[in-house]
Write a protein that binds this ligand. Sequence first.
Ligand code: OAD
Length: 229
Amino acid sequence: MKKLVVLTGAGISAESGIPTFRDAGGLWEGHRVEDVASPEGWHRNPELVLDFYNQRRKKAREVQPNRGHLVLAQLEDHFNVVIVTQNVDDLHERAGSSTIIHLHGSLFESRSTADEKLIYPISGWELNVGDVCEKGSQLRPNIVWFGELVPMIEVAARHVSEADIFLVVGTSLHVYPAAGLIHETGYDVPKFLVDPNAADWPGISNLTVIRDKASTGMELVKAKLLELI
Ligand code: OAD
C-alpha cells in the first residue's frame, strides 16, 4: 500500500463544533493565546490556564467526529495512513484512525511539572491546582505551548519524508515547526490541500488545492486519491 501522510489542524474539527484558533478574531475563546498557551501564562496564572483547558476538554468530550475525520479513517482500507495532527482533541482516534501523531500534545493527558516523562491519562474533564504527580509536583496539561519544543517533530518529519502522497487539511500553516513539514516531501510527491480559505502555496510542486470544508472537501480528495492507487 502507498503511504499517505496527512497533516491536520483545527479546521478538520471545526464542523464538529470546536472553534479554530485564528478564525476567532485573534482571541481564543476570549483569551489571548499567550495568556493560556505559554509557559509565561502558566507561571502568571495557573488557575486560568487549567480552567481554560478544562473547558476545552469538557467541550471535546461532548462533540463527535465529522465526515472529514471519518473519511480519513476509511482511507486506511486503501493506504498506509499516518496522521500528524496539531489538534489536541481525540476526534481522529474516535473516528477510527489507527496511527496518529499528536504534535501539540493531548487534552486528555496531564504531565508533571517536575518530570516531563511523568504523563497520566485524564479520565474526567477537570485538572485543578493541587492535583499532583507521584513526586508531589503540580500537574499541567500535556500540551505543547508556544515557546516550547515539539518533541514529536522528528518522528513526524521522518514519516513525511517517506510519504508517497501528502495531504494537508484545515490548518492555516502559521505555526512552526508543523508548517515546515511540507518541505520534507519529495518534489514528485502528489500534494493536496483542503481548506476553504487556502492561500496559494508558491514553490510547492505537484499541488492540488481544494478550497472547501473538510467534510465535503475530503470526499473530493478521496476520489482523487483512489485514482493514485
Ligand atoms: P488555525 O485556527 O490557525 O487555522 C484553522 C484553519 O482551518 C484555517 O486555515 C481555516 O481556513 C480552516 N478551516 C476553517 N473551517 C474549516 C473547515 N470546516 N474545514 C476545513 N478547514 C477549515 O489552526 P491551526 O492551523 O490548527 O497550537 O493552528 C495551529 C496551532 O496554533 C494549533 O495547534 C495551536 C494554535 O495556537 C497550540 O496550541 C500549541
